[in-house]
Ligand binder design. Structure first.
Ligand code: VGL
Ligand code: ZN
Length: 194
């Protein structure tokens, strides 16, 4: 496949935060192994003048997704904590980048970067037609962001070499990739894009 990045393209990096990295509160195995790959995508989009959107989980400390508050997850990505910061080696461009916080109020969770955020408005405002999605976790927030983007009418590309899953049940990530494909997402690697 040969994909040229144009003015209608945006990169979306999902939840590359300390708590989702090995040693964090809700670790995605090898989550840190995709940082270099994502940095190359970030460089490419930045060089082309295309925008990069970074989603982040940004939960209050009594969030409903947390065990003890009605949810299934250990507390993670609590607002303004170290665990909620982006991986220190992730290259956040100085301009043409946007931070999208989700799951910010106690009563609502959001696996999709579009849920309860202005992401769709920001993309539409700039005439973005195609989104390229990487990050964690393949089987939760990446999957839901990809499906959300498809539902909103974007052409969606999933960065196979820039995603990692948690696999609470064995095979969850593989199945998530199948679902994304079946709904119309295109799975690509760095060599497909320039
Ligand atoms: C996520 C579980 C809970 C994710 C967020 O980023 O995939 N997973 N909150
Ligand atoms: Zn969360």
């Amino acid at each position: 496949m040969r994909i040229n990045i144009t003015d209608f393209d945006a990169l979306i990096i999902v939840d590359m935060q300390n708590d989702f990295m090995p040693g964090g509160a809700l670790p995605v195995p090898d989550g840190d192994k995709i940082v270099d790959s994502l940095n190359r995508y970030i460089d490419l989009f930045s060089q082309k003048g295309s925008p990069v959107y970074f989603t982040r989980d940004w939960h209050p400390e009594d969030h409903i997704s947390f065990k003890g508050y009605g949810g299934i997850w250990p507390p993670h990505c609590v607002q303004n904590t170290e665990g909620a910061q982006f991986h220190p080696e992730l290259k956040i461009p100085s301009d043409n980048k946007f931070i999208i916080s989700k799951g910010v109020s106690r009563e609502f969770d959001a696996y999709s970067g579009f849920q309860g955020t202005v992401l769709d408005d920001l993309l539409k405002e700039r005439g973005i037609k195609r989104i390229f999605v990487g990050g964690v976790a393949t089987d939760y927030c990446v999957k839901n962001t990809v499906l959300g983007g498809l539902n909103l009418g974007y052409q969606v590309f999933v960065l196979e070499d820039g995603i990692k899953g948690v696999d609470v049940n064995e095979g969850d990530s593989e199945r998530a990739v199948e679902v994304m494909k079946n709904k119309g997402a295109v799975i690509i690697n760095a060599e497909d894009i320039r």
